[in-house]
Every structure is written in structure tokens, then in C-alpha cells.
Design a protein around this ligand. Structure first.
Ligand code: NAD
Ligand code: UD1
Length: 341
């Protein structure tokens, strides 16, 4: 059984990925400092999969603990979720973001190199495409970023590219579009610390009565109804994409893959109002909203070309928006205060 180090494995996407890894026969070891997650997420995953999961409370800035972890385990690969992701905070505290996301990743890569673990799957983001020139966005599109969070993702991609050129390292950079939804049990899901920045958790917190109303950021974009269009992907589909990426590396074992970016999205664009209406239709809940001005840094439309994921990884998203709304609501209504409920 191949061991996989999962940094940030207690977080939203990480916790869902643990389930798919175990289902596929991999043995995950979680390394997370719990700065944006709860140990309850791991306990809930253990209940879902019916087995214990190795967990190390550790920071990727702690090189000694990283070394100790690699000494104790022989990892086939690392899935590197650990990172800070709040765009607004990254603007006010850029050093915190560069240190955590870039220095932390360099530490991890140094230790991987020292212990001859040369396969990494990196959590990148559609944010690296900035304001896309053409849609759907392919992996060869020009990259640019408008905020420090995005810059950290882009910087790590450049580092991985250089490292892969100079060595036997393989790096699959999974560029996520907009992850939403939750596991079907309703026991794990997205648990934002403060008022959510992202659309889906905001909608579900309005529906559950924690927030009064949704502000729709702009209705004058050149889109189907004037509101922003994104590619919302169910977190379970996204998690399965990580397993497919790992399996790809397993089949290529020994053969050099190098740096390979792959979009994980559905290929479908959904507007803000379409998502709100899908949520209302799927759950029967009211979601009051008001139209407000555009949010700084937002683009009109962003959705993926998923051809490469299909041809290279043999992966396609299966769940639709309706399913994601139902699953989000099950999680939110059963856990109105997230893991604190
Ligand atoms: P999350 O905050 O729920 O999970 C990240 C996890 O990393 C958390 O458990 C946190 O405690 C941990 N972590 C942060 N810094 C750490 C450090 N220095 N050492 C050890 N652990 C640390 O976020 P998520 O939504 O699950 O996102 C996972 C990854 O995917 C992140 O890198 C994020 O930037 C990226 N991503 C997320 C989205 C999204 O919309 N959720 C989109 C694109 C990319
Ligand atoms: C945002 C980040 C992006 C990050 C991604 C995942 C910005 C500018 N972009 O992307 O860098 O990778 O989250 O964390 O912050 N919306 C509303 N009302 C709300 C919230 C959102 O109308 O309360 C709209 C937005 O204007 C957008 C859509 O909903 O049109 C989706 O927003 P969001 O969920 O924040 O994702 P992104 O903007 O795609």
C-alpha cells in the first residue's frame, strides 16, 4: 500500500480527499497545523471510512518535524494542500502569505528531495489565469495574478517548474476552479472561520439564518444575466481528481513526468443568480439577496477546458450543481456552526 503525505489534510478539500484515497487503496498520513481546520474533521472521516488515520499536528514551516515525518514514513508522493487562502487577508498581510505558502512549500520540497520523494500534487488555482483572454481556459493560457494569494500559487508553480527541469521531480499542479458541496453523509464540509468570502458558503449561511442576506457583487457584467460566471465543481469530484493524478504517477513510476498543470473543473459556467436559484430549487430554502457593486479584482467569467484532465488523468466531473446544493445544505443544516456545532 503506497503511503501519501497529505499536508493540509484536515481542511475542506483535504478531508474529502482522504476518503477517496482510502477507497482507492492508498494510505494517507495527514500533516496539518490546524490553523484553519478542526481535528473533528479527521474524526468524522475516520467514522466514514471505518478506520484510523495517521495524523501529525505539524507546520510546514517546521523543517525538523518535516524531516522526522519523512524519516518515519516512506512516502510515494505528497499531496500538498497546506496553505492560507483568504484573498482579502493576503492583501493586508502579504508576508504571512508568502511565508506560509511559498517558504512552507520550499521547506517541504527540500525535505522531499533529501528523502528522495519526488512526486508532488500541488493545490493550485484558477486564480493563476487572472483575467482570462479566452474561454474555456486551457492549461496553456497566459498566467497572471492580481493579489498576493494568487501570486503565492503562481510562484510555487514557477518553483515546481524549475525544480522539475533540474531533477527527477514530478509535479502535477491541479488548478482548481470553484470547489463547492460536501460529502453525502453531511458530516464533513466547508467550515469558514469568519464571514465567508466565497459564494456557496455565504448562500448556505444565509439559508440557515446565520447571515441576513447575500450581496450579489455586480449585475452589469457581460454575462447571461449580468452576474459573475464561474465553474463550480463538487468537492468529491475534485477529490477524485487527486486520486487520478496519483494513479497517473503510479503508472508512470520511474518515467519522468516533470511539471504538468491540469485544470479541475466541470467546463460549465454558472452565474451567481443561477447558483442562488439552483440552491433555492434544490433545497426549498429562501435565500434573500440584494444587488451591490462589483468586488475589486473579480473577473466576469471563468470556466475550465477539462480536455486535458480527461485525456491525461482519465478524470471527468460527475456531479452537477443541484447535487452540490443538496450536499452543501445537508452539511450546513446539520452543522449550522460547522465543526463547533
Ligand atoms: P483549508 O483552509 O480548508 O485547508 C488548508 C489546510 O492547510 C487547513 O487544514 C490548514 O490548517 C492547513 N495549513 C495551512 N497552513 C499550514 C501550515 N503552515 N502547515 C500545516 N498546515 C497548514 O482550504 P481548502 O479549501 O481545503 O484548500 C486547500 C488548498 O487548495 C489550499 O492550498 C488552497 O489555497 C487551494 N485552493 C482552494 C480553493 C478553494 O476554493 N477552496 C481554490 C483553489 C485552490
Ligand atoms: C475567489 C478568489 C480567488 C480564489 C477563490 C477560491 C477573489 C477576487 N477571488 O474566487 O482568488 O482562488 O475565491 O478561494 O476573491 N460573489 C457574490 N457575493 C458574495 C461572494 C461572491 O456575488 O458574497 C460572486 C463573486 O463576485 C463571483 C462569484 O460569486 O462572481 C464567485 O465568487 P467566489 O466564491 O468568491 O469565487 P471567485 O471569485 O471565483
Amino acid at each position: 500500500m503506497k503511503k501519501i503525505l497529505v499536508t493540509g489534510g484536515a481542511g475542506y478539500i483535504g478531508s474529502h480527499t482522504l476518503i477517496e484515497l482510502i477507497k482507492a487503496g492508498f494510505e494517507p498520513v495527514v500533516y496539518d497545523n490546524l490553523s484553519n481546520s478542526s481535528p473533528i474533521a479527521i474524526e468524522r472521516v475516520e467514522k466514514i471510512v471505518g478506520q484510523q488515520i495517521s495524523f501529525i499536528k505539524g507546520d510546514i514551516l517546521d523543517v525538523e518535524l518535516l524531516k522526522q515525518t519523512f524519516k518515519e514514513h516512506n512516502f510515494f508522493a505528497v499531496i500538498h494542500f497546506a496553505g492560507l487562502k483568504a484573498v482579502g487577508e493576503s492583501v493586508s498581510k502579504p508576508l504571512k502569505y508568502y511565508e506560509n505558502n511559498v517558504t512552507g512549500t520550499i521547506n517541504l520540497l527540500n525535505v522531499m528531495q533529501e528523502f528522495a520523494c519526488q512526486n508532488i500534487i500541488f493545490s493550485s488555482s484558477a486564480t493563476v489565469y487572472g483575467n482570462p483572454e479566452t474561454l474555456p481556459i486551457t492549461e496553456t493560457a497566459k498566467r497572471s495574478c492580481t493579489n498576493p494569494y494568487g501570486q503565492t500559487k503562481l510562484t510555487v508553480e514557477y518553483i515546481l517548474e524549475d525544480l522539475c527541469k533540474s531533477s527527477q521531480f514530478n509535479a502535477i499542479s491541479l488548478r482548481y476552479f470553484n470547489p463547492i458541496g460536501a460529502y453525502e453523509t453531511g458530516t464533513i464540509g466547508e467550515d469558514p472561520n469568519d464571514i465567508p468570502n466565497n459564494l456557496m458558503p455565504y448562500i448556505s449561511q444565509v439559508a440557515v439564518g446565520k447571515l441576513e442576506k447575500l450581496s450579489v457583487f455586480g449585475d452589469d457584467y457581460d454575462t447571461v444575466d449580468g452576474t459573475g460566471v464561474r465553474d463550480y465543481i463538487h468537492v468529491v469530484d475534485l477529490s477524485k481528481g487527486h486520486v487520478k493524478a496519483l494513479e497517473y504517477l503510479v503508472t508512470k513510476d520511474g518515467e519522468k513526468v516533470g511539471f504538468d498543470p491540469v485544470n479541475l473543473g466541470t467546463g460549465n459556467g454558472t452565474s451567481v443568480l443561477e447558483l442562488v436559484n439552483a440552491f433555492i430549487g434544490a433545497t426549498g430554502q429562501a435565500v434573500p439577496y440584494v444587488m451591490t457593486g462589483r468586488r475589486a479584482g473579480d473577473v466576469a467569467s471563468c470556466y475550465a477546458s477539462c480536455d486535458k484532465a480527461k485525456t491525461v488523468l482519465n478524470w471527468t466531473a460527475e456531479f452537477d450543481i443541484k447535487r452540490a446544493c443538496v450536499d452543501t445544505w445537508r452539511w450546513q443544516s446539520h452543522n449550522p456552526n460547522g465543526y463547533k456545532s
